[in-house]
Write a protein that binds this ligand. Structure first.
Ligand code: NCD
Ligand code: ZN
Length: 428
């Protein structure tokens, strides 16, 4: 007898029914026939996907836990069908020393209900070689906060480390952002819809091209976070064809929303990089040119969001909206089922070196999300486990939603109820 068998599963909308056997938290078999098990879950013909992987979350723990913490953030993840998250280092203190990295590992191990990895920040360059043996998902560099000299030093230092070390980048050019922001401020411009002019697409495109030059020079893999402009994506893909190891990430808001949302939602849609116009942004039909959807789940309080355009905190919470929005677009015929799997499961696992995640195959972790393609409703932040109380997808009528999430065989979400589950560091 195995531990668990999920029966009447569909691996894709067109496929035949199958059974997934789970033993010791791993997938033991994928067969047509039922396997005797201690516990059986009848999926009743619904879709099963590999647990989603979010390569870009901000859980704000430690230091900013009034916005989110590792418990609420990971509960939001499980509620949205995510079983693995990679947390960003811009906490207080930042996760840019070995000591802080170890402290955050402890916090996450105690609080997280899903599996996790941590991106390391970069501050004192001497810490880089001390953090590397702790297996960060990547070294995250905010190009909008650093000058070129420091950037070069960081690449040089990481290139000298043993093994494969990824650099994740927030690609916006600091000088252009500062220049455009001060000019708009001095002109007294205060409307939310002007924010995109303070951080124009060119700032991103310039930073992307610089990142690609650095990646090529130092032969390092780079991951471009939250790409907002079509031209940035073209640059990234061009350099791939020249042999650079580069991956691209898009957020659900940069994919599905555009700058016209500022008129409706004001600063609630303020994020870095800003939402772009329809002509500048990457369109839904171009999703197959992007490697990963990362949510950039970046929660803030309503009070912080409701300040004026320059003071309002940038960032949008996304863990509990992403799959609903994507499945709805699948149902409308705008995107394929295969691309959802590719950008939220397979590519994140491959690019960020997760040996046991991202695929429903024998020997992989039994991270599974069950999706009801027909479930309907309206997105509202009132249903969030996240502490964030806003979303630019508020009122979005969805068709299709996650109804159960299993992390290494343990049910962590069923019908939007969350159960305790000890999340693990995936790179330990
Ligand atoms: C992020 C946050 O709130 O931490 N905000 C955002 O607008 N994306 C930080 C960042 O990625 O710049
Ligand atoms: Zn960022």
């Amino acid at each position: 007898m195995i531990d668990l068998c999920l029966i009447n599963c569909k691996l894709s909308p067109e496929s035949d029914l199958c059974c997934i056997g789970v033993e010791n938290g791993q997938i033991a078999s994928l067969k047509k026939t039922h396997i005797p098990a201690e516990k059986t879950i009848d999926v009743r013909g619904k879709i099963v996907l590999p647990g989603l992987i979010d390569t870009h979350v901000h859980f704000r723990d430690p230091g900013l836990t009034y916005k989110e913490d590792f418990k609420t953030g990971s509960q939001a993840a499980a509620n949205g069908g995510f079983t693995t998250v990679l947390d960003m280092p811009n906490t207080i203190p930042p996760t840019n020393t070995a000591k802080e990295f170890q402290k955050k590992l402890k916090i996450a191990s105690q609080k997280s209900v899903v599996d996790f990895g941590l991106h390391a920040g970069v501050g004192d360059l001497k810490e880089i070689e001390k953090i590397a043996p702790l297996h960060p998902a990547s070294f995250k560099v905010f190009m909008d906060l650093l000058d070129n000299g420091v950037l070069q030093d960081i690449f040089q230092k990481i290139a000298l480390l043993p093994g494969k070390n990824i650099i994740s980048l927030h690609p916006e050019d600091r000088d252009i952002v500062n220049h455009c922001t001060s000019r708009l401020k001095s002109e007294g411009i205060m409307e939310p819809e002007d924010y995109a002019r303070a951080r124009p697409a060119l700032a991103e495109e310039l930073a992307v091209s610089q990142a690609l030059v650095l990646a090529n020079h130092y032969q390092l893999p780079v991951h471009l976070c939250h790409i907002s402009s079509k031209k940035s994506l073209q640059l990234a893909n061009m350099s791939k064809s020249l042999g650079c190891t580069v991956s691209s990430e898009i957020t659900p808001h940069h994919l599905f929303l555009d700058s016209s949302c500022f008129l409706k939602w004001g600063n609630l849609t303020k994020t870095n990089p800003p939402l772009r116009s329809k002509s500048e942004k990457i369109s839904v039909s171009e999703l197959d040119q992007v490697d990963i959807i990362g949510t950039d789940h970046a929660p803030h309080t309503l009070e912080e969001k409701e300040k004026n355009v320059w003071e309002s905190s940038p960032g949008i919470p996304n863990l509990e909206t992403t799959l609903k929005v994507l499945i709805t677009h699948y149902n409308k015929g705008n995107i394929s089922f295969e691309s959802i799997k590719r950008v939220l499961c397979e590519n994140p696992a491959r690019i960020f070196n997760m040996q046991k995640k991202g695929f429903l195959k024998e020997g992989m972790d039994a991270d599974i999300v069950i999706v009801d393609l027909k479930k309907t409703g309206r997105i509202t932040c009132e249903d969030f486990y996240s502490k964030a109380r806003y979303t630019p997808f508020e009122g979005f009528e969805y068709v299709g939603a996650p109804v159960m999430t299993l992390c290494r065989g343990m049910t962590v979400m069923e019908d939007n109820q969350i159960f305790p589950n000890p999340g693990r560091h995936i790179y330990s």
